[in-house]
Design a protein around this ligand. Structure first.
Ligand code: NAD
Length: 486
């Protein structure tokens, strides 16, 4: 039986309360192991370990030494690639084909890319004239913020966690990570890697547990945490903002979305179909940037719906190990219930089910897993709940449109503002529409194409702040102005 322990001050520890919870594989609902749930004493110990690490060898290291160490961490993840892959696929059920291409390599790369950004990004300097004619010199100095709480979701566990831990550590902070209760494995495994690479105790800590009245809430309530970076649902973000207001602590929020895909009649249809297949169905639709609302210009509407339907019918569902499989289960039974409730609601709201809409028959071995069918709807009204609420499943609604103005209005008519995808071969239109989108990320003729040097984050209720590239430096450091009178 696997055990997932907390990682505090360089050691794997159980909990004083002895509380554990189950970690199950969503492919067949089999038990992977037991997770030790951190109580307040463990969370507080992790925060104190992080605080102490800032005063120990870690706090005294040069930037170059830190960067070298983090490069070793990236290399070591790649050396233990198969273990990370196995752990991630068991926790999430996602196909190895997906995780070996996205989750693990990008998770490792996060430790290298931000180090490079930090090493190559200057701060500002100004010479000030003074009445005595001698002047003063100002320069910006970046100091680490201190202890950063990293609270992450289950959909891309390693990747989204290291997207925060990488820059936080590169900037010289110490972290306490609270991974999702659904996916404790890779964050735990990373503890071993940190020790193997000589990262001092207390720099990287992991506490397991749930949100409210558990590890998540204990962590955000601890005022020795200097800043909180969170990825997850918008409503959880609101709760965490309230906690962070005590002691006026900084936050970075990457939250939910209901992202539009806009397909113009002048698009390259093959690219648009291939891109929408990925943006709506990869990772069983559990990607924050995924497309759940597709708007297609009327002349190609029928053809687009037909071709996307054929794409869905060709998806191969099955076990993660099967190299042919491109579609796995949802992350948990609980999430399956949520997604299925939207499948039923879509029918109640008058949708035409183009394909899917139910539970696939996966055979006796897998039927206990969290499987749902990839699903396409048409015919819903713009105010239907299915068109407005984030489902976070393998499904999309497709609606025709007639003009550019109309589709801009429709795409922006949401409280969310994370991502938009635009398919057109007309570059003037592409720029015009991309700039009109009220989102943090707009893709033209692509999706999920990420350059780690660029800003990442959401507008409206999809987030606060930007991470990625130099933008992360703003959050993970405190910029101080040093003024020297000459
Ligand atoms: P969630 O909000 O339920 O949980 C996220 C994390 O927060 C988990 O670790 C959870 O235990 C913790 N948490 C829950 N309540 C808490 C509380 N009161 N205090 C402290 N911590 C608490 O989200 P989820 O279901 O794990 O993930 C799916 C959601 O994440 C979707 O809404 C998706 O859009 C969003 N997401 C956003 C991005 C982005 O970059 N914008 C990326 C991935 C996922």
């Amino acid at each position: 039986m696997n055990e997932f322990k907390n990682f505090i001050n360089g050691e794997f520890v159980t909990t004083s309360s002895g509380k554990t919870f189950e970690n199950r594989n969503p492919v067949d609902n089999s038990l992977i192991g037991m997770v030790h749930e951190a109580g307040k004493p463990e969370v507080d110990a992790a925060v104190q370990a992080a605080k102490a690490a800032m005063k120990g060898p870690w706090g005294k290291m040069t930037q170059a030494q830190r960067i070298e160490m983090l490069n070793r961490v990236a290399d070591r993840i790649n050396e233990r690639f198969d273990e990370f892959l196995d752990a991630e696929c068991k926790d999430t059920g996602k196909p190895r084909k997906v995780a070996s291409h996205i989750d693990i390599p990008r998770g490792a790369a996060n430790f290298k890319a931000f180090s490079e950004t930090l090493a190559n990004h200057p701060t500002e300097a100004f010479k000030l004239d003074t009445p005595d004619g001698k002047g003063a010199l100002n320069y910006g100095h970046r100091k680490p913020k201190g202890v950063i709480a990293v609270i992450s979701p289950w959909n891309l566990p390693l990747l989204l966690m290291t997207f925060k831990v990488g820059p936080a550590l590169a900037c010289g902070n110490a972290v306490v990570v609270k991974p999702s209760e659904e996916t404790p494995a890779t964050a735990t495994l990373l503890g071993e890697v940190m020790n193997e690479c000589g990262v001092p105790p207390g720099v990287y800590n992991v506490v397991h547990g749930f949100g409210g009245n558990s590890a998540g809430a204990f962590l955000t309530a601890n005022t020795d945490v200097d800043a909180i970076t969170f990825t997850g649902e918008t409503s959880t973000g609101e709760t965490i903002m309230r906690a962070a207001s005590v002691g006026l602590r900084n936050i970075s929020m990457e939250l939910g979305g209901k992202n539009p895909g806009i397909v113009f009649a002048d698009c390259d249809m093959d690219k648009a179909i291939e891109g929408t297949m990925r943006s709506a169905f990869v990772n069983c639709g559990q990607v924050c940037l995924g497309t759940e609302r597709v708007y297609v210009e009327r002349p190609i509407f029928e053809a687009f719906v037909q071709r996307l339907k054929e794409g869905v019918e060709n998806l191969k569902l099955g076990r993660p190990e099967d190299p042919e499989v491109d579609f796995g289960p949802l992350v948990s039974q609980e999430h399956k219930e949520k997604v299925l409730s939207y499948y039923n609601l879509a029918v109640e709201e008058g949708a035409t089910v183009v394909v899917g809409g139910g539970i696939p028959d996966m055979g006796a071995e897998l039927n206990a897993g969290a499987w749902v069918e990839p699903t396409i709807w048409t015919g819903l009204s713009d105010d239907a709940r299915v068109v407005n609420e984030e489902i976070f499943g393998p499904c999309c609604h497709i609606r025709p449109f007639d003009t550019e103005e109309e589709v801009i209005e429709l795409a922006n008519d949401t409280q969310y503002g994370l991502a938009a995808t635009i398919w057109t071969e007309n570059s003037s239109r592409a720029v015009r529409v991309a700039e009109a989108m009220d989102v943090g990320l707009a893709w033209v003729n692509s999706w999920f194409l990420r350059d780690l040097r660029t800003a990442f984050g959401g507008a409206k209720e999809s987030g606060i702040g930007r991470e990625g590239g130099v933008h992360g430096l703003e959050f993970y450091t405190e910029t101080k102005n040093v003024c020297i009178k000459l």
